[in-house]
Design a protein around this ligand. Structure first.
Ligand SMILES: NC(=O)c1ccc[n+]([C@@H]2O[C@H](COP(=O)([O-])OP(=O)(O)OC[C@H]3O[C@@H](n4cnc5c(N)ncnc54)[C@H](O)[C@@H]3O)[C@@H](O)[C@H]2O)c1
Length: 315
């Protein structure tokens, strides 16, 4: 299948290289002349956006893997993805239904961005609704920068937020030679999964650092504490532990031991802002549960059940 990769940095380059190995015909488009020259010198089909031509190339999939960095106020800078989407609307989407292209948003974007920002931009330019000559989906990337090429070829999870069969089929075709099922969701759920994944990773690292700091203050080897706690805490070894939201923790130990360690550390002059936040989140969740708000929030939230066919793992 012909696949266009827009943005050939860490993610785009690993994706394009991997798809090439899997037998797809890949063309890279990147705004950086250095990136284009470097890929071309390796024998890849690569060009600047201004040089892009449809000649001898009929992409069924266009993958947008441009940066989404943070702005000084913390918001996500969506200007690159806006431009990449505009590029696809102007140059990639055709007028013929036989040349249908699935636009795959691979960059990390806040939930709702694909549907309410990227899609209208494309629809406005091409003047038709999705489903006719194009579809759009969100397909988060989980690879690690240090082992990007290897991770692309050996993914531990493939997630795609799709809402039509053309997108679903396009994603299935991309990975038909990879031994990993695809978990299909709706678009916003896939966008949220990407943030949940990275924020969990960040939280876990900060938790370790907080414990490590307190251990150091006590003259203990924090890494030894954490290495053994990996075996003793059910939250580490039981993958599903604590993954059901909407209910606070309780019981005889968690409430008293979180407060107990926080106050012990405070008396030693050690700040534990994460542990403090853990207790605060739980207090709020308890208050919501008491008011019956938790159940309501769960029902009234933006989550929409994907159709059963799309929710099933592909393999
Ligand atoms: N780096 C990672 O490990 C990683 C992992 C998962 C997801 N992500 C997400 O993937 C996205 C891309 O990240 P990255 O690390 O590959 O970024 P990167 O900075 O390495 O590469 C982005 C590339 O896009 C090019 N570019 C910018 N605007 C363009 C445009 N309008 N048209 C064509 N090319 C354009 C740049 O020249 C650059 O080569 C981000 O949203 C990021 O959050 C990154």
């Amino acid at each position: 299948m012909d696949v266009l990769v827009v943005g050939a940095g860490v993610v785009g380059s690993a994706t394009g290289r991997g798809l090439s190995k899997l037998g797809h015909r890949v063309r890279f488009v990147d705004t950086s002349p250095g990136v284009v020259v470097s890929l071309a010198s390796e024998g890849f089909d690569a060009c600047l956006p201004t040089e892009y031509s449809k000649q001898n190339f009929a992409p069924r999939v266009a993958i947008l893997s441009v940066p989404t960095p943070e702005m000084p106020d913390g918001q996500v800078n969506l200007s690159y993805i806006d431009k990449a989407a505009q590029f696809c609307a102007n140059n990639v989407v055709g007028t013929n239904a036989d040349d249908h292209v699935t636009i795959v948003v691979r960059s990390t974007v806040p939930p709702g961005t694909t549907r309410s920002r990227i899609l209208p931009r494309i629809a406005e330019t091409v003047g038709s609704d999705p489903g006719s000559t194009y579809s759009i989906c969100f397909h988060p990337e989980f690879l690690r920068a240090v082992s990007a090429d290897e991770d692309f070829m050996n993914p531990w999870a493939i997630v795609a937020g799709v809402e039509d069969n053309r997108s679903r089929e396009a994603i299935m075709k991309l990975y038909e030679k990879i031994e990993c099922g695809v978990m299909f969701t709706d678009i916003e759920t896939a966008e949220m999964i990407k943030y949940a994944s990275n924020c969990f990773n960040a939280t876990k690292i900060s938790f370790s650092n907080e414990i490590w700091n307190l251990a150091a203050k006590l003259g203990l080897n924090g890494n030894r504490v954490l290495a053994i706690a990996r075996n003793t805490a059910e939250g580490y070894w039981n993958q599903t532990y604590g993954t059901l939201g909407g209910r606070p923790y309780g019981g005889t130990c968690l409430p008293k031991d979180t407060s107990g360690l926080l106050s012990f550390a405070q008396r030693l002059g050690v700040d534990m802002p994460l542990l403090s936040a853990v207790i605060e989140v739980n207090d709020r969740m308890e208050a919501m549960a008491d008011d019956g708000e938790v159940a309501q929030a769960t029902i009234a939230g933006p989550y929409r059940e994907p159709s059963p066919a799309l929710a099933e793992p592909a393999k």
